[in-house]
Design a protein around this ligand. Structure first.
Ligand code: ZN
Length: 153
């Protein structure tokens, strides 16, 4: 892993931490207000932990984590009274949705491809080509002509 990629990953983790705190802040006051203070503290801790775990998993495995908002809601709903469930579900959906959007942007920018080689060409839309280059080449099959023209120059 290059230094640049490590820096990107560190930054990503810091961002995911911010997202998990934001989700937690948006729902913590809805945690069962009638339970004993000790129980409530435990519940808050558990909810925060679940938020963090969800964000960590999302950052580590963005392609294979289906419906992360539903997964998080299922994990934490028992800490909230019936009357707050709809509000919690909405807040989780918003918060996780924002994090997913952020991760997708990072993926598009190529920050998370974990050192997998990508074709060096730029597509007609101006985005980096996401295809795998030919073995020991810098370009994919559809862009291999670029390599030849470079070599010729
Ligand atoms: Zn290409």
């Amino acid at each position: 892993m290059t230094v640049q990629m490590e820096a990107q990953l560190m930054q990503l983790k810091a961002c995911m931490y911010q997202y998990s705190r934001a989700i937690y802040r948006s729902i913590k006051d809805l945690i069962d207000p009638y339970s004993e203070p000790g129980v409530q503290l435990e519940s808050r801790r558990a909810v925060l932990e679940q938020c963090e775990q969800t964000m960590e998993r999302l950052a580590a495995d963005p392609h294979y984590f289906a419906k992360p908002d539903r997964a998080l809601f299922q994990d934490i709903r028992r800490f909230f009274p019936i009357t707050a469930q709809a509000q919690v579900a909405w807040a989780v959906k918003e918060g996780v949705g924002a994090a997913v959007g952020f991760i997708e942007e990072q993926l598009e920018a190529g920050a998370l491809d974990g050192g997998v080689a990508r074709c060096r060409a730029t597509t007609r839309k101006g985005k980096p080509c996401q295809r795998t280059p030919l073995p020991e080449r810098d370009y994919c099959p559809s862009h291999q002509h670029l390599e030849r023209s470079l070599a010729a120059a």
